[in-house]
Design a protein around this ligand. Structure first.
Ligand code: COA
Length: 570
């Protein structure tokens, strides 16, 4: 079928669904929901058999739903309606939740149900539930709905006609319904409420007497204090006491500013807060905030880096490089880089870079420092001689993060993840992280150029097919973790390991003799210097729009295929 994806943004769910539909032989084009007239034009140009809306924030106009079947993906159980579906589910402590695919009609979220899927809720932030359980259920349900439409015999029923419907209409959740009382609320309540608002809109509160929205909350098992007091600082996070414990706040958005690591957003105020550093890199036994954590199982080391949104600032890259350097000295045979639970890495930290330009600093300088720190980290990985290295992608990864992963000897990805191994979307950024060395030798020069030029997301399966990755493992995050551990143990125990390590060292020496890594880096950075300091401000403009979440005013041409030359309004 010819399917138009009508969406607020090309987010990871839209990317995944689009890729799965293409894999099933459908013809896909994408239009952002910008204005009714623009959507009408897109429909006239593409003449779709079906419109699927994976992520919408407004209603579809009657001029469209009255003439075309439009499937809406709603992140709620059957019968649930309203714009804060997941927020309510998390805040109310629902044990199970779901996704419903229904047909657009005049009344929002009330049309006939074409498919639904449900899942067990984890006690995690909303964005994590969205990127994992919701995306998985939405993809399954949307594919089933599309198949039912293709087959033609299924008769969808309105929720009101279905038996034992639990969902109901609930309004937009207001900040007054999210609010915290630090003098009364326990840790579980604080976590649940901040999680329900993470990553958008955040929970409106205040720190140091200044209004701000809170994100990225983590429990603390040992440190205690007067409820509401700020007790400690660790790297980028601050610890605030609850009635029965304390909660680390990793990120905040101050009024009129952008979302930033807490200790950076309140840089001056944080200076006076006592530090509570962790000793070394070993994973702590008790709950606390630990962004870099190492653990070992026999001959295998696992390095976790739980960086919010997968964004890696200069300091985070430098700390991770030190941790990697240390892990390389451990008596292990295999070293697995696990990334974080939602993202593996999304490259340089665009918000921290933007923040440099908000103060006295320079976004160009901070970009330069950040990309050099990423490169140092990638170099540390490429030059690992004693262990086989593995990048285990349990979460999505994009831009420089993909090439940092490719710097490992093996890349194993979870089946549900989406990779975006390209940079151009960020204002024509050329990219570094040694991609000019790492990519062509995996996929060939022509394919490398096509990946960079086409800027399309890759599913884990597609990434394996084209040779970008080395394995695609099924299952949820827990099953993936277990499978990675098992494969890594098998690799460490392999009788061929010594020979494989020898071959790797020889290949690296040969490559170095042909063209040193320093030369690749220098060439890439020559382009990057132009991106950061040159006359064309595209990267700075794109970054500004990205971090300030400027609403799109058109759909990029590489997504809106119906707007390519040659398509005309009939
Ligand atoms: N720096 C700072 N924040 C980043 C980031 C980065 N490099 N990459 C993603 N984020 C943030 C987003 O702003 C968003 O923040 P929010 O929670 O406040 O809304 C969050 O991470 C999730 O991103 P989103 O775009 O919603 O996730 P996605 O899974 O739909 O898409 C990407 C993933 C990678 C395609 C997309 O985030 C992207 O293009 N990121 C920029 C990558 C980049 O250009 N890096 C710099 C060059 S190395």
């Amino acid at each position: 079928m010819r399917i138009l994806l009508l969406t607020h943004a090309f987010n990871s769910l839209t990317q995944r669904l689009g890729a799965e539909l293409v894999r099933r032989g459908h013809e896909i084009s994408v239009e952002f929901d910008i204005a009714d007239s623009v959507t009408e034009e897109a429909v006239a140009l593409f003449r779709p058999d079906l419109i699927v809306a994976p992520y919408l924030r407004r209603a579809i106009p009657e001029s469209i739903w009255s003439r075309h079947v439009c499937l809406i993906v709603h992140p709620g159980i059957v019968g649930d309606r309203g714009p804060s579906a997941l927020d309510w589910a998390i805040q109310d402590g629902e044990a199970r939740w779901g996704v419903t695919v229904l047909q657009a009609e005049a009344q929002m979220d009330a049309g006939p149900v074409w498919a639904s899927a449900d899942f067990a809720m984890r006690k995690v932030k909303k964005s994590s539930t969205y990127r994992n359980e919701v995306t998985q259920a939405a993809t399954a349900a949307a594919l089933q709905a599309v198949q039912r439409i293709e087959e033609g015999s299924f008769v969808p029923q309105r929720p009101t006609a279905l038996p034992s419907v639990r969902g109901r209409l609930r309004p937009l959740m207001r900040q007054s319904e999210r609010s915290l009382d630090w003098a009364r609320d326990d840790t579980a309540t604080v976590l649940r409420r901040i999680h329900a608002a993470d990553g958008f809109p955040g929970l409106a509160d205040s720190l140091f007497g200044q209004p701000c929205h809170l994100f990225d909350a983590w429990p603390e098992a040992t440190l205690r204090g007067t409820p509401g007091a700020i007790l400690a600082r660790r790297e980028t996070a601050l610890l605030r006491a609850t009635v029965d414990g304390a909660v680390w706040i990793g990120h905040v958005k101050r009024a009129g500013s952008i979302k930033l690591p807490t200790a950076l957003a309140f840089a001056q105020e944080s200076q006076a807060i006592v530090q509570a550093p962790l000793e070394g890199w070993w994973r702590t036994a008790l709950a606390t905030w630990q962004d870099i954590a190492y653990e070992e199982m026999g001959q295998v080391g696992f390095l976790h880096f739980e960086f919010y949104n997968g964004a890696m600032s200069t300091v985070q890259c430098e700390r991770l490089r030190l941790a990697l350097q240390w892990a390389k000295q451990r008596p292990t045979q295999v070293l697995v880089l696990m990334g974080g639970s939602d993202f593996w890495s999304n490259g340089i930290h665009l918000n921290v870079i933007e923040a440099a330009s908000l103060g006295q600093g320079s976004a160009a300088d901070e970009s330069w420092n950040n990309i050099n720190a990423m490169n140092d980290l990638a170099l540390e990985l490429i030059t690992c001689e004693r262990q086989m290295t593995v990048a285990a992608l349990g979460g999505n990864t994009g831009a420089g993060g993909c090439f940092l992963a490719r710097a490992a000897d093996r890349v194993w990805a979870r089946e549900a993840v989406v990779l975006n191994p390209h940079y151009k979307n960020m204002g024509n950024l050329y990219g570094s992280e040694y991609w000019t060395y790492l990519l062509p030798r995996r996929v060939g020069v022509a394919a490398a150029q096509a990946i960079m030029h086409n800027r399309q997301p890759l599913t884990a399966l597609r990434a394996l097919e084209i040779g970008f990755t080395d394995a695609c493992l099924a299952g949820d995050a827990a099953a993936f973790g277990a499978a990675v551990a098992q494969r890594a143990q098998a690799l460490a125990a392999s009788p061929d390991l010594a020979a494989t390590l020898n071959a790797k060292r020889e290949a690296r020496a040969r490559d170095e003799a042909t063209k040193p890594l320093a030369a690749y880096r220098e060439e890439e950075l020559r382009h990057m210097r132009r991106n950061f300091y040159g006359f064309d401000p595209s990267y700075h403009v794109a970054r500004h729009h990205f971090v300030h979440k400027t609403l799109a005013s058109w759909t990029p041409r590489h997504l809106a295929r119906h707007r390519e030359l040659g398509w005309t309004i009939p």
